[in-house]
Write a protein that binds this ligand. Structure first.
Ligand code: NAD
Length: 280
């Protein structure tokens, strides 16, 4: 068997097209504001891509750039002004932040109704208790990819490798909400290979190049690789040894071109969701 490759670019494009079509029916443009502090080169690229994608989908999108030396109090003032601005539906503060600013203080300051990253404790709590709310983008992207792959989640044995607040935990909660039987594996898991071999769905969100070997994958399993790592040759590789997994898996995401493209599309999805919830 050779796995079907799940094309994240195509799935993201289709999602963006659905969002654009829905935005076109609204009497207003959903407002997205991105705040970037400093000139971290990767953040400059991410933010530019977010802005472009938002504009292409018909959003009212703008980026506020603050100097590297911005204090926490100054950034919190900016966030509160965006909270109070009725034209703003979604607020995204790009991480990482300079060392003088506590990430947690910023997350807590964002109005949960505009928290399109889904990281505010209220939204995290809603997700944990199975209530509707704004869900972190990359985990939501993982669920879209499973749907696009035609993978039946209900009742399936799923292993999530990685327990970060940003990816692993919310992915596990979304899978649980979709009625999977979920195992969360992490750096202290005793026999990761055995946990994977039992799984019909493997989600790898670790950040270690090719940690998951081909013979850990059960025949026909769906594999979603969230990891982004630089291989020895400088090329991007995932957390899964792709070439080894390909003959065993039923469906698999490539790196790049799998989960990556979904994140921005899901950010726009959240902004639209926030706009519809706020404005009716
Ligand atoms: P993180 O460092 O916060 O968490 C990594 C998790 O992996 C931890 O919970 C840890 O327990 C677990 N882990 C570490 N070593 C392990 C091991 N040997 N065996 C099993 N588990 C182990 O990272 P993160 O923010 O969750 O990101 C994970 C990966 O996903 C990174 O490569 C990151 O670049 C990527 N990522 C991709 C996107 C995207 O858009 N595609 C978005 C976010 C993160």
């Amino acid at each position: 068997m050779t796995a079907r490759i799940i094309d994240g670019k195509q799935v993201a494009e289709a999602l963006r097209a659905r969002i654009a079509a829905q935005v076109a029916t609204l009497a207003y443009k959903p407002g997205l504001r991105v705040v970037r502090v400093g000139e971290d080169p990767a953040s400059v690229v991410y933010v530019r891509n977010k802005d472009r994608a938002a504009a292409a989908c018909g959003f009212d999108s703008a980026t506020q750039v603050l100097p590297e030396a911005t204090t926490e109090a100054e950034l919190l003032r900016v966030v509160r002004a965006l909270n109070d601005d009725p034209a703003v539906d979604g607020i995204l503060v790009q991480f990482p932040l300079p060392g003088q600013i506590r990430q947690e203080a910023v997350i807590n300051a964002i109005d949960p109704a505009k928290d399109i990253d889904g990281l505010h404790p209220l939204n995290a709590g809603r997700l944990a208790s199975g209530a509707p709310g704004l869900v972190p983008c990359t985990p939501q992207g993982v669920m879209h990819l499973l749907a696009a792959a035609g993978t039946s989640v209900q009742g399936a044995r799923a292993v999530v490798i990685g327990r970060s607040v940003l990816v692993g935990r919310p992915v596990a909660q979304l899978l649980l909400a979709a009625d999977a039987t979920v195992t969360m594996a992490h750096s202290r898991t005793r026999d990761l290979a055995a946990e994977c071999r039992r799984a019909e769905i493997v989600i790898a969100a670790v950040g270690r190049a090719e940690l998951v070997r081909g013979d850990w994958i059960a025949e026909g399993a769906t594999v979603i690789d969230v990891g982004i790592n630089r291989g020895a040759d400088g090329k991007l590789v995932g957390d899964v040894a792709f070439a080894e997994a390909l003959p065993r898996a039923g469906a698999i995401t490539p790196v790049p071109g799998g989960v990556g493209p979904m994140t921005i599309a899901c950010l726009l999805e959240n902004t639209l969701k926030a706009a519809l919830a706020r404005r009716g």
